[in-house]
Ligand binder design. Structure first.
Ligand SMILES: C[S@@+](CC[C@H](N)C(=O)[O-])C[C@H]1O[C@@H](n2cnc3c(N)ncnc32)[C@H](O)[C@@H]1O
Length: 347
């Protein structure tokens, strides 16, 4: 078989199994197996999960032959299924949300396909399903990101303890902002979103946190003279989704309180070149997510820069410099960086 044929069929197989795995996660099959004290037959999985046995058995066939689920024979010769040691803890973490991506990409496939054609639509905005998956990821990552902010930004913890004004743009479902607001009751936090329904949902969800308020803002349309100034602005996985990141960064700069106002953001930080990242399947996954999610989201305007998640750490840093910031880039994970953006020192 040619190299291409081998690679294409291997990846197609994995994609098909990935969608099946997403389905198993969504209908609760992994959770039923994780909660069980001993292996279960397909009938037992179906009964506990409130599902149809024949569908469950077929899917368990897929998962067990792919070695995602263990399979053995009971004394009565019936097949029984279980998860390997340690799988339950993994499923309680970030992976559970990540398993939602194949189903998400499948559901958005035709809308994104239409966008490829010259006479097709420009954009497919994030759905509730996207925000739910991001919130699931944030459930396990928010405390770690909050910790990174506090460790990497000098004096931030002291300032937050004393009481400062903070805003998060593109807060999604607001978990990171809520985490920090609860940790620092003397500071005043705003969770901002461009999607009106999200702002309302966040109000309903986090109204019990007294030092957290909510606002509706389009980062690409910050007024020349902003209504309010902040000591610290942050965002997470937002800059690459914006149609005009430089205008947004300039808008944030106008909002920062002189002279020590600070912007920090977390973003994907690849090399920026498929040539350099060739063979790196993690980067390839980000390009896939870019194709189905980030590019369609950032085409809010036809003149969008449409960076995508893989424009590269240097490109992102240079946009922040172009907006007038002094920028420091700190690698926090293999493909993620913290961008610390300071106002230029006034002479
Ligand atoms: C990838 S999501 C990240 C959400 C959240 N920060 C997280 O880490 O889960 C990008 C967010 O940016 C928001 N966004 C997109 N365009 C925006 C704009 N023009 N102004 C402000 N926020 C925007 C989206 O609504 C979305 O919630």
């Amino acid at each position: 078989m040619s190299n291409f044929a081998e690679r294409a069929s291997e990846i197609t197989q994995r994609a098909l199994i990935g969608i099946a795995m997403s389905l198993a996660s969504e209908v609760g099959i992994f959770q039923v197996l994780a909660n069980a004290d001993s292996p279960l037959t397909s009938y037992q999985v179906a009964m506990v999960g409130g599902l149809k046995e024949r569908y469950v058995r077929e899917l368990l066939g897929c998962l067990s032959t792919a070695k995602l689920v263990q399979v053995s024979k009971a004394e009565d010769e019936e097949l029984q299924y279980s998860l390997e040691e340690g799988a339950k803890e993994v499923l309680d973490g970030r992976l559970a949300a990540f398993l939602g991506f194949p189903s998400l990409l499948a559901s958005t496939f035709h809308s994104v396909k239409d966008c490829f054609y010259k006479d097709g639509p420009m954009s497919v905005r994030y759905t509730d399903q996207v925000q739910d998956i991001l919130d699931g990821i944030s459930r396990s990552s928010a405390p770690g990101i909050a910790q990174i902010f506090l460790e990497q930004i000098s004096n931030l913890k002291t300032k937050l303890e004393e009481g400062i004004d903070v805003i998060e743009f593109g807060s999604g479902k607001g978990r990171l902002c809520a985490t920090l607001a609860q940790q620092f009751p003397n500071s005043r936090f705003v969770a901002s979103e461009v999607v009106p329904d999200l702002v309302q949902a966040n109000k309903d969800r986090w109204e019990h946190i007294p030092n957290l308020t909510f606002s509706l803002d389009d980062l690409c349309r910050v007024p020349e003279v902003p209504d309010k100034n902040y000591d610290w602005v942050f965002c997470c996985d937002v800059i690459h989704d914006l149609p005009d990141p430089v205008a947004a960064l300039q808008g944030i700069k106008r909002m920062l309180r002189q002279p020590n106002g600070l912007l920090t953001f977390v973003d994907i930080a690849t090399s920026g070149s498929p040539l350099v990242d060739r063979g790196n399947m993690n980067v390839s996954t980000f390009y896939a997510l870019g194709t189905f999610l980030c590019i369609p989201e950032s085409y809010q305007r036809s003149d969008s820069l449409a960076l995508g998640p893989c424009s590269g750490r240097q490109m992102i840093a240079s946009l922040a410099q172009r907006a007038g910031f002094q920028v420091e880039v700190i690698k926090i994970e293999d493909l993620t960086a913290l961008f610390i953006c300071q106002l230029p020192k006034q002479s």
